[in-house]
Design a protein around this ligand. Structure first.
Ligand SMILES: NC(=O)c1ccc[n+]([C@@H]2O[C@H](COP(=O)([O-])OP(=O)(O)OC[C@H]3O[C@@H](n4cnc5c(N)ncnc54)[C@H](OP(=O)(O)O)[C@@H]3O)[C@@H](O)[C@H]2O)c1
Length: 293
């Protein structure tokens, strides 16, 4: 259950003399959360940070609440909620927080790409994400909440599970199988965190949803080569069809290796997973950096 009461929290804000309203951050220990919290503090916000595991070190102006939000939302009076963890948990928290007036939440551009995935788990995950988006939009409309849903492409730059996997592979292998050169448009965690902070005062627009790509779209093979270069490694990419790579991957799974790489991901190496984020560039001043792993 919560490690701080609302009263303690409000008292702490008064003590630290903050002028900006406090914000509630869900998914605070995730890669975007870790980039977001320092920016919020720099910007003069006090932060109520939620996750199941909390950091040991103390940070001024941040109160950590250790809570499994899938069991129970926290009790909070904050008006601003930033969700950088699972969207379904943000939905539950907004339902349970009548004071909320402003919500900025990360969804994912995967809803555009993976709804027809051959992987049953992926399809279920995307359906949950789409349902959460729709329910959050309905709830926001009913309660007059200003909601900004952000759908980024692949996120990197923090403790990510995507680029980091490739980084480990290029460090240990001379060659890698590769099924295709579909476009990727990785978005940096710090650009996302920066955007979220800038969007807090954006109210009066009702419910909005924006796709967000990184500053550069590059082929999958080029992305791997760029990661290898950043590690001063040289790797040969062996072009193979997915049907030839997948059996090898299944064998690796049986011996407990490469569990995070699913067969559907191999097939997707040939697909373009970039987005048109013109709307975000025009309306939100989204100016992401090129891919710099
Ligand atoms: N990863 C990507 O490439 C990518 C791409 C596009 C969009 N996104 C979106 O970006 C957001 C962040 O994604 P992510 O992959 O970095 O992280 P994630 O796995 O979606 O979320 C991680 C954060 O949520 C917290 N969390 C998870 N379950 C919780 C629970 N039951 N109760 C309380 N806190 C919980 C985690 O902390 P604890 O584990 O300590 O609880 C952690 O702080 C998500 O909305 C995702 O859909 C991600």
């Amino acid at each position: 259950m919560a490690t701080a009461t609302s009263a303690e929290y409000m008292n702490s804000i008064a003590t630290h003399g903050h002028t900006l309203p406090p914000v509630l951050v869900l998914g605070a220990t995730g890669q975007v959360g870790q980039a977001l919290i320092p920016l919020l503090i720099e910007g003069g916000h006090a932060v109520l940070a939620v996750s199941r595991q909390v950091p040991v070190e103390h940070r001024a102006n941040v109160i950590w609440i250790q809570q499994d939000l899938s069991s129970e939302p926290i009790r909070s009076q904050t008006q601003t909620l930033l969700s950088v963890g699972p969207l379904s948990l943000a939905l539950r928290q907004v339902r349970a927080t009548p004071a909320v007036r402003r919500v900025i939440a990360l969804s994912s551009a995967s809803v555009l790409f993976k709804h027809n995935s051959k992987d049953r788990n992926e399809r279920a995950m995307i359906q949950t994400l789409l349902d959460s988006e729709q329910q959050l939009e309905r709830l926001a409309e009913q309660r007059g909440i200003d909601l900004t849903l952000l759908r980024p492409t692949l996120i990197y730059g923090g403790d990510d599970a995507n680029i980091s996997v490739i980084r480990k592979l290029v460090k240990t292998r001379r060659w890698l199988p590769c099924a295709g050169n579909g476009l990727r448009q990785p978005a940096h965690v710090e650009d996302l965190a920066d955007l979220i902070v800038c969007l807090i005062p954006r109210t009066g627009f009702g419910q909005e949803c924006f796709e967000l790509g990184g500053g550069e779209a590059l082929g999958y093979r080029d992305m791997i080569q760029r990661i290898a270069q950043s590690e001063q490694q040289s790797v040969r990419l062996l072009r193979l069809p997915p049907w030839l790579i997948t059996p090898g991957l299944r064998l690796a799974h049986m011996s407990g290796r490469f569990q995070s790489i699913r067969p559907a991901m191999i097939a997707r190496q040939r697909e373009d997973l970039d987005v048109d984020d013109t709307l975000a560039r025009q309306q939100l001043n989204w100016q992401p950096r090129p891919f710099e792993p």
